[in-house]
Design a protein. Structure first.
Length: 221
C-alpha cells in the first residue's frame, strides 16, 4: 500500500432553505473565494457546483454542492424548531455558539497566504455591511495569532484586519476566520452554517493545526 495514491476530500453538500436564499448563498460562496463551475435547475430547486479554488476546476474532488434542503429534512428541522425554540438548552447553545463559532458543525479551508485571507475578510465584511440582500445574514469572527512569536506578533500588528482583533487562536503561529451565515442551514437546529478559514505561518513546529508531532498534545492542552 506504500505506493497507493493518497485519498482526497471529495465533496461537501450544503443546504439552503428558501428558494430565494439559493442565489444569495451562491454569491456568498463566490465572495469566500470558491470557484463556481455550473448551476442547473432540478426537481427540488436550483443546484450549484463549486470547487475550493480555480486549481481544482474540472476535477472530481474539493467540491462544494449547494442544494435546496430536501423536504423530509426540512420537516424534521421545523419540528425541532417548534419543539425546542425558547428552551433553556437552545438559549445556552446559541449563547455558546456566539462566543465560539467552532463549537458546532463547520468546515475549514486552509489558505496558502495571509494576504489572500485578509482580502477575503475585507471582501466579506464589505458585502455584509453594504449588500441589501446579505446584510444581517453574515457574521465574521476573527482570531489573531496567540502572542509569543515576535515575527508573527509584528505581522499581526501590521495586518489591516487582524491588528484590531481581540480574540486569539487556541494554538500558536496561525490565524482563524469564521464566517457564519443563516443562508446555509447547519447545526442541530438547522439555523446557521460556519466556514472556517485558517492560515498557518510556515516554519513553526508548534502551530494552530497541531501537526501530529510529540508536542501536539501539549499544544492542544
Amino acid at each position: 500500500m506504500a505506493d497507493r495514491t493518497s485519498s482526497s476530500f471529495g465533496h461537501l453538500a450544503l443546504h439552503y432553505r428558501e428558494a430565494e436564499d439559493g442565489p444569495r448563498a451562491a454569491r456568498l460562496l463566490e465572495a469566500l473565494g470558491f470557484s463556481p463551475s455550473y448551476s442547473t435547475e432540478g426537481a427540488g430547486g436550483r443546484f450549484w457546483h463549486f470547487v475550493i479554488d480555480p486549481q481544482a476546476e474540472g476535477g472530481t474532488d474539493r467540491i462544494l454542492y449547494l442544494i435546496r434542503m430536501p423536504a423530509p429534512l426540512r420537516a424534521v428541522y421545523d419540528a425541532i424548531d417548534v419543539g425546542l425554540t425558547g428552551s433553556a438548552e437552545v438559549a445556552a447553545l446559541r449563547e455558546a455558539q456566539a462566543k465560539d463559532p467552532e463549537l458546532g458543525f463547520h468546515a475549514a479551508v486552509l489558505m496558502h497566504s495571509l494576504e489572500e485571507l485578509e482580502a477575503l475578510v475585507q471582501r466579506v465584511a464589505a458585502i455584509a455591511a453594504e449588500d441589501p440582500e446579505l446584510a444581517g445574514r453574515v457574521r465574521l469572527t476573527l482570531n489573531r495569532a496567540r502572542p509569543g512569536t515576535p515575527a508573527v506578533d509584528a505581522r499581526m500588528d501590521a495586518s489591516p484586519v487582524f491588528a484590531q482583533a481581540t480574540r486569539h487562536t487556541y494554538g500558536p503561529n496561525g490565524v482563524q476566520v469564521f464566517v457564519e451565515t443563516d443562508l446555509i442551514a447547519g447545526g442541530p437546529m438547522g439555523d446557521n452554517w460556519v466556514f472556517e478559514f485558517d492560515y498557518v505561518f510556515p516554519g513553526y513546529e508548534e502551530n494552530i493545526l497541531n501537526r501530529p508531532t510529540p508536542k501536539a498534545p501539549l499544544v492542544s492542552a
